[in-house]
Write a protein that binds this ligand. Structure first.
Ligand SMILES: *Cc1c(COP(=O)(O)O)cnc(C)c1O
Ligand SMILES: [Zn+2]
Length: 443
C-alpha cells in the first residue's frame, strides 16, 4: 500500500490526486511543481529507531516516506554514505566543526543515485519499459546505472559539453546516448518530446515530483546518523534546486516522525556566474526585511505541515542568467525547482551564498588535501560557500556545519586537473627528487 496521501502545488497550494498529473493544472508545467505528502501518523508507528536498527543500511530503509509500494522497493545498495569528521578543514574554514557526508561514494559516484533509484522504481511500479532524462552528467550517469541494475532500457540526452568520465559511465551502463547539437535547454525539450512520443518515463527532476523524494533520503540519513549530535547548519550546492529542497524535507520529516528533534538551517550555495536562485533568495530576504508581509499558508491543508517548506510569494520571477561556471553539475541558468529550493531555505531560516570559479578550484584542492575527500567541482563549490559564509559573517566561528559532498572528483578529471596543478617532472635519479624535496622544505 502506498504511503502517499496526495500531492500539492508549491506555487498555489492546490491539491492534486496522486497519479493524476505531474504538474499543477492551474500553474502549468513551468511553475506548477508538485510536492508529495505522506501519512505521517502511519509512518511514525513503524519508522522508529528500533525498527530501523534491523533494516539494511541502504536508503530504502525509509520506505514509509518513499512514494514506492513495498512490492517495488528493490534491494540495490544506494545511500547510507559515511559522515566524515574533518577537523583540519574546519580550522582552515574558521568554523568549530565540519562533517562531510560523502555522497560521492554512491554506486555511480554522486548524490543523484538517490533520485534515480526512486525514479526507476517508480517507473517499474507504473508499468514503464523505458526511461529517459536530459542531463549534463550525474543525473544521467546515475539513471543509466540504476536502469542497468533494474533491467530497464535507458535513453539519455546530453549537451555537447559533457565531462568524459560521465559520458564513459553512460556508455558503460549500456544507455542509448543522444549527444544533442544545442544547449542544455534544447536537450531538455527534446527529451520531453521523445518521452511523449515514445512513451518513456521522464526522469527530469523539474516535472517529476517523485525524484525529489529520493533526494530526501540524504536528509533522513543525516538525521539518523547524527541525531544525537546534530550540526546547526547543513550546506548544499544548488543547481536546479531539487537537492537542497529534498535534503531539507528529509530532515523535517525525520523530526515529524520522531526520529530526531533536530531542525537544521540550510545554506544554499550557487556558482556566482549561474546564481539565479541565490539572487532571488537574497532579494526576497530584502523585501521581508523592508517590512513586506510574508504569504500565509495556502491550500486546504497547510502545504508546510509535513515538509517545513515556507511558501514564497506567487508573483516571484526568476532573473535571467547569461553567465556560466566550470562546475558543470550546477551550471543551471534556468533552474526548474527554484521555488521548492527557496521554500526550503526560507523555511529553515537559512541563507544563500555564491562563489566564483576560482574559489571553487581552491576548494577542490583544499578539500582533498585537508579531508581526504576528492570532490568534483560542483561538490567542492559548497566548501567554498561555507568559507564565503564565514567571511560574510553568516556563519560564526562557533558554527557546526554538515556539508553534503554531492559528487566524486573522478567524474571529471580534466576539471580537477585545472584546479590541482601538475606533478613534478623528474629524472629517475634521487638527486633530482632531493632537489625538489629540499626546495620545498620550508613548506
Ligand atoms: C545535481 C548536482 C547538484 C545540485 O543539485 P540540484 O538538484 O540540481 O540543485 C550538486 N552537486 C552535484 C555533484 C550534482 O550532480
Ligand atoms: Zn498551482
Amino acid at each position: 500500500m502506498s504511503p502517499v496521501t496526495h500531492l500539492s502545488c508549491v506555487r498555489c497550494g492546490r491539491h492534486v490526486v496522486a497519479g493524476r498529473a505531474w504538474t499543477c493544472p492551474a500553474c502549468g508545467p513551468a511553475d506548477g511543481i508538485l510536492d508529495i505528502h505522506y501519512d505521517l501518523d502511519r509512518a511514525r508507528r513503524t519508522l522508529t529507531r528500533d525498527t530501523l536498527s534491523r533494516r539494511p543500511l541502504t536508503h530504502w530503509r525509509y520506505r514509509e516516506l518513499l512514494p514506492i509500494d513495498d512490492a517495488f522497493i528493490p534491494d540495490t545498495p544506494i545511500g547510507w554514505t559515511p559522515v566524515i569528521e574533518a577537523p583540519r578543514l574546519a580550522a582552515a574554514l574558521g568554523v568549530r566543526r565540519i562533517r562531510l557526508k560523502d555522497d560521492g561514494r554512491n554506486a555511480s559516484a554522486s548524490f543523484k543515485d538517490r533520485a534515480s533509484s526512486v525514479g526507476v522504481a517508480h517507473a517499474l511500479q507504473t508499468g514503464f519499459r523505458e526511461i529517459a532524462c536530459a542531463s549534463t552528467g550525474n543525473a544521467a550517469s546515475s539513471l543509466a546505472h540504476c536502469a542497468a541494475a533494474a533491467g530497464l532500457a535507458c535513453n539519455i540526452f546530453v549537451p555537447q559539453m559533457v565531462p568524459e568520465g560521465k559520458l564513459a559511465q553512460l556508455l558503460a551502463y549500456g544507455a542509448r546516448v543522444f549527444k544533442v547539437r544545442g544547449t542544455y535547454a534544447q536537450a531538455y525539450d527534446l527529451c520531453t518530446q521523445a518521452c511523449e512520443r515514445f512513451g518513456w518515463y521522464n526522469r527530469n527532476c523539474a516535472v517529476n515530483p517523485y525524484l525529489v523524494e529520493g533526494k530526501k533520503t540524504g536528509g533522513l540519513e543525516a538525521a539518523e546518523q547524527i541525531a544525537d549530535d546534530p550540526p546547526d547548519w547543513v550546506a548544499v550546492s544548488v543547481g536546479d534546486g531539487c537537492t537542497i529542497a529534498g535534503i531539507f524535507k528529509g530532515i523535517e520529516q525525520a523530526r515529524a516522525v520522531g526520529l530526531t528533534g533536530w531542525s537544521a538551517r540550510m545554506l544554499g550555495v550557487q556558482a556566482a556566474g549561474v546564481a539565479p536562485i541565490a539572487e532571488l533568495g537574497r532579494a526576497l530576504w530584502c523585501r521581508y526585511s523592508a517590512g513586506e508581509k510574508e504569504p500565509g499558508v495556502t491550500g486546504r491543508k497547510p502545504v508546510t505541515q509535513d515538509t517545513g517548506y515556507k511558501p514564497v510569494p506567487q508573483d516571484l520571477k526568476l532573473p535571467a542568467c547569461n553567465g556560466t561556471t566550470y562546475a558543470d553539475s550546477i551550471n543551471c541558468p534556468v533552474p526548474r525547482n527554484w521555488r521548492k529550493a527557496l521554500a526550503a531555505v526560507h523555511g529553515s531560516g537559512g541563507a544563500w551564498g555564491t562563489v566564483s570559479d576560482e574559489q571553487i578550484m581552491e576548494a577542490v584542492r583544499e578539500t582533498g588535501r585537508l579531508s581526504g575527500v576528492f570532490a568534483e567541482p560542483a561538490a567542492a563549490a559548497v566548501v567554498a560557500g561555507v568559507a564565503e559564509a564565514r567571511r560574510a559573517g553568516t556563519l560564526g566561528g562557533d558554527a557546526d556545519v554538515l556539508i553534503f559532498m554531492t559528487g566524486n572528483g573522478l567524474k571529471d578529471t580534466a576539471g580537477a586537473l585545472r584546479a590541482v596543478g601538475q606533478p613534478h617532472d623528474v629524472l629517475p635519479e634521487l638527486a633530482d627528487v632531493a632537489r625538489i624535496v629540499e626546495s620545498e622544505a620550508h613548506r
